[in-house]
Structure formats: C-alpha cells, structure tokens
Design a protein around this ligand. Structure first.
Ligand code: ZN
Length: 327
C-alpha cells in the first residue's frame, strides 16, 4: 500500500486555529512517524488539483462561489472576519485541500494500476459539485473519478464502491452520486449529529445509522454485518477512514478506542482484499489528539496485511501473555 503525503497538506490557520477544532498539522505528525518504518512506501502527489479540473467538476454557480470569502468561511465553519483577505484563506486552507485532492487523484491512479493506496488527506465527503460545507470544499472522490475516466482508467459501466466509516454521514458523496447507480455507498455513522439530511441518507445502499455514544464493540459488529453484504464486482473502492469515531473526538459523538478504530480499518481492508477490489483509503475527519496515533497504527496494521501470508510475522509474540505480577 502506497501512502500519499505532501508537506503542503498541512493547514496552518494561525489564530483561526482557535475557531475550529481541526488539527491542521496532524498529517505531518503521521508522516514523521511512518517515514521511520521499514518498507512503507510514501509518495507525494506531483500537483495540487488545478482550477481547470475543479471547474470541469463543479456547476457554474459553485465555480463563482468558490472564490467568495463569505461562502468559503461558512463552509469551513469559521465566523466571518472582515479584515481577513481571501488570498490568505486560499493559501492557508484551500490550497492544502487542493493538494489533498491531488493526493486522491494520484492514489486512484495507483489503485487502478494495482497498487492500493492511502491518501492521508482528502475524504471531503460533505462537498458536492454544487455545494461546500462541513469543512469540505471540493469533493475529492468525484473529481478523482472524473480524472480517472478522462485518462481511460475506468469506463462508464465500471462499478464504484464507497465505504464511509467516518463518524459523520457522507451527505456530499450521496448527493454527488445520487443518480449514478454504478456507485454503491456503505455508510456507518452517528445518526444524531450533523448532517441531518434524509434525502441523502436514503441514497445510501448499505445504511448503518448508529445512536450517539455507540461503543466500539457495537460499531464494529454493525460494520462487520454491513461488510458481509458486499460483492466483488467493483473496479475500485474508496474508504473514508475518518478517525472522528474515537471516543476522544469532540465532534463525532461515538465511542471507539484507538485499537477499536484500527480493528475497524483492518476489517474493511481484509474484506476488500478478499474481494480483490483495488482500494484507496482517504483521510476524512478526526479532531482529537489521538487521531494521528490511530492513523499510524492503522497504516502499520494494513501494511502487514499487504505482506504475503508466508512472510507475515505472527502478531502474537510468544511472551505476550506473560505479565510480571508484583507480589
Ligand atoms: Zn466526520
């Protein structure tokens, strides 16, 4: 599995950091740890997604709105600040996100050429071609599929799978692919938080709404059952691996521990590997101090699954059951 990271992914909000729980330096912390691990192949997208590619994807009104400060700040859930120039927002927040979309495009190309990939950024699942919201400006999966199609890597009849295990319902993806029956969406989410949109929830093919506060064991049991419904005839799968499912997350409202979050990603990847579906993991949300650690542990775990069975080191250390008991 290739890991996509670029130093430009990191969002520096400066004083705005106090206005949103988003941890824009999380990507660099993940990178610093995984670059020291053996055999992890870290790649960089060569470019941020271009304005031209974005313009091909979005509608005419959205094309203009993407350059309007008030609109963008609302989508970023940041209060309107009169003296803040749009150019600063563009450079500090939107450009990193365009690099993130560039990462999803590059990771998609890898997956379609038989190299599964994890883009640390991306997973902007609340954005659509007509609307930006929920800290998501550009719908990276829609744009990546547009580019894969233009490059002849996927055809009109190819089936696409989205497995959304972020804590929030992926209303943007559901809307973007509302009329595209080639796209199957599995979405497991906290039904009691943003976004509350019945129309997009109805679009989800395998819909797993959970009540706020659902524990990790309940979450992973429900996810296991949902994964059991998947078939093998997909050209590519995207996994929105938001770590806002962690109990420590201020926004997600679910109750997973770090090991349970890693188990979640392991279950998903094992299933997709067993069905031989080329796979791209994308970042999604994750706003707690444990988020980076959960991502690092998942990358290590998934990397082990990539190794051939014969060379895989057993996860159980011969002495792991031994505990020193003080008298
Ligand atoms: Zn989320």
């Amino acid at each position: 599995m290739n890991i996509y990271y670029h130093p430009q992914y990191n969002i520096s909000l400066g004083l705005l950091n106090y206005l949103h729980p988003f941890d824009g330096r999380k990507f660099s912390r993940v990178f610093k740890t995984i670059k020291g691990l053996n055999d992890i192949n870290i790649k960089q997208p060569e470019y941020p997604v271009s304005q031209k590619i974005i313009n091909n994807f979005v509608g005419e009104i959205q094309r203009r709105l993407l350059h309007r400060k008030r609109y963008i700040l609302r989508a970023l859930e940041i209060p309107y600040i009169p003296l803040l120039p749009f150019s600063i927002i563009d450079k500090r927040i939107l450009l990193p996100m365009r690099w993130g979309v560039g990462g999803t495009i590059a990771a998609t190309t890898d997956a379609l050429k038989d190299n599964n990939a994890w883009n640390l950024a991306g997973g902007y699942h609340h954005a659509t071609p007509r609307n930006s919201q929920g800290f998501c400006i550009y719908n990276d999966i829609g744009i990546a599929l547009q580019e894969a199609s233009a490059a002849g890597l996927i055809s009109e009849t190819d089936k696409i799978l989205i497995v959304d295990v972020d804590a929030h319902h992926g209303n943007g993806n559901a809307y973007t692919f509302m009329d595209n029956q080639n796209v199957t969406i599995l979405d497991i989410y906290n039904n009691d938080v943003y976004p509350q949109n019945n129309l997009t929830k109805e679009r989800v093919n395998i819909n797993v709404p959970l009540a706020a506060g659902a524990e990790g064991s309940q979450y992973n049991e429900a996810l296991k059952n949902a994964l059991g419904e998947l078939k093998s005839d997909y050209r590519i799968a995207y996994v929105i691996a938001g770590t806002d499912v962690l109990a420590s997350d201020p926004l997600g409202g679910l109750g997973l521990s770090v090991p349970e979050c890693v188990e979640r990603d392991k279950m998903v990847y094992e299933k997709l590997l067993s069905l031989s579906i080329p796979t791209v993991f994308v970042g999604g949300g994750g706003y707690s101090s444990e988020s980076a650690q959960a991502i690092i542990e998942s990358i290590k775990c998934l990397h082990r699954l990539d190794e051939p069975e014969s060379t895989r080191v057993s996860g159980i250390h011969p002495f792991s059951g031994f505990q020193f008991m003080p008298e």
